[in-house]
Ligand binder design. Structure first.
Ligand code: NDP
Ligand code: GDR
Length: 324
């Protein structure tokens, strides 16, 4: 049985990846810090056969213990402070978890002596492109991060490249563009929209707040994107891959479509008020990925299109808010 260890297992991608790996017959282990008990309980309800181990990307000795105990064939590093907005408020914690955390994990793997046997996935991000140097962005596009989160991810990305070259380790970086779905955290804009649109539809609220509606993102469905993570680790050596849909849409487009899918008619302004607190000190205006390499080398394409993604999220939240 192939053994996989996932950091950040109780997050959005952790849910989708766990489901995929269990379906493929893997034995799955996850790292959690033991602080978010309700999150862990709901995860364990969904995936009772997954063993959760207490550890933290800021704590080297816990990582060594977990690697020694689980002896994984594959490690997926999904753990991060992943909300860009928060990274401006907690830049040092973000650098420690999202940047240095990956370095610690690699050093823990080397300390245990598994560096020649384990295949590693690093969750790199389109936020590394930030103020984009070219359109669309591919694996060779220079990085220009615009947030402490983007800077931390860029550190981790180059650490992966360096350890791959210096120690011949099998490390792949998925430069994933925004991906969303039923397990998305409520702080991210897509989920904030689908959740509040569902509340309006069910009569619980009349309106809600958002920040800038003009930024454009390349949005895909998380269930498709975790397949690319797994496929990367089945290649003969590590590499970097842009994982994206190749389309871009504004926050306004997402909102307009969500309202339409929920059957809410009328002016956007009647449903959404402006919240200046949501404005970031520096913004990423436009992201659009070129996933050609993933298509050629991994036979991967983003199967779920934008409209279907918005529908999945709105219908999921309509059901959840009805039940509540
Ligand atoms: P989530 O925010 O949903 O999940 C992140 C996970 O990291 C959570 O389970 C969180 O646990 C955990 N975590 C936080 N701090 C630590 C720590 N100190 N040690 C160990 N684990 C920690 O993110 P996603 O699932 O959406 O994303 C997965 C990864 O992919 C992240 O690294 C993210 O930055 C990256 N990424 C995501 C993209 C997206 O669009 N979703 C795009 C590109 C990259 P807890 O909740 O208990 O704090
Ligand atoms: P992002 O996602 O920063 O792209 O990072 P987020 O959903 O937070 O923001 C997308 C865009 O929407 C604008 N926006 C708002 N954002 C939030 N959260 N709340 C609002 O009310 C709001 N109003 C407007 C933002 O300014 C931004 O331009 C996500 C995360 O998953 C990262 O971890 C990942 O690396 C990148 O995607 C790729």
């Amino acid at each position: 049985m192939t053994r996989a260890l996932i950091t950040g297992i109780t997050g959005q991608d952790g849910h989708h990846l766990t489901k995929l790996l269990l379906e493929l017959g893997y034995e799955v282990f996850g790292v959690t810090n033991g602080e978010q008990k309700s999150q862990e309980e709901s995860f364990t309800k969904l995936f009772p056969h997954v063993k959760l181990l207490e550890g933290d990307l800021t704590d080297f000795s816990s990582l060594v213990t977990i690697i020694r105990q689980t002896k994984p064939d594959e490690v997926y590093n999904l753990g991060a402070i992943s909300f860009v907005g928060i990274s401006f408020k907690m830049p040092e914690v973000t650098a420690n978890v999202t940047g240095l955390g990956f370095l610690r994990l690699l050093e823990a793997i080397r300390k245990v002596g598994l560096e020649d046997n384990v295949k590693i996935y690093q969750a790199s991000s389109s936020e590394m492109y930030g103020k984009v140097r070219e359109i669309p962005q591919n694996e060779l596009t220079p990085f220009y991060p615009r947030s402490p989160y983007g800077v931390a991810k860029t550190f981790a990305h180059y650490t992966a490249v360096n350890y791959r070259e210096a120690y011949d380790m099998h490390i792949s970086c998925g430069i994933l563009f925004n991906h969303e779905g039923e397990y998305r955290g409520h702080e991210f804009v897509t989920r904030k929209i689908s959740h509040h649109v569902a509340l309006i539809k069910n009569g619980a609220i009349k309106d809600f707040t958002l920040g800038d509606l003009s930024p454009q993102r390349d949005w895909g469905y998380a269930g498709d994107y975790v397949q690319a993570m797994h496929t990367m680790l089945q290649q003969s050596s590590g590499d970097d891959f842009v994982i994206a849909s190749g389309e871009t849409h504004s926050v306004r487009d997402f909102l307009t479509l969500a309202l339409k899918i929920a059957g809410l008619k009328g002016d956007l302004d009647s449903y959404v008020k402006f919240d200046k607190e949501m404005i970031r000190p520096s913004e990423v205006d436009l992201l659009i990925g070129d996933p050609s390499k993933a298509k050629n080398d991994l036979n991967w394409v983003a199967a779920t299109k934008f409209e279907e993604l918005v529908r999945i999220m709105v219908e999921n939240d309509l059901n959840l808010t009805k039940q509540a």
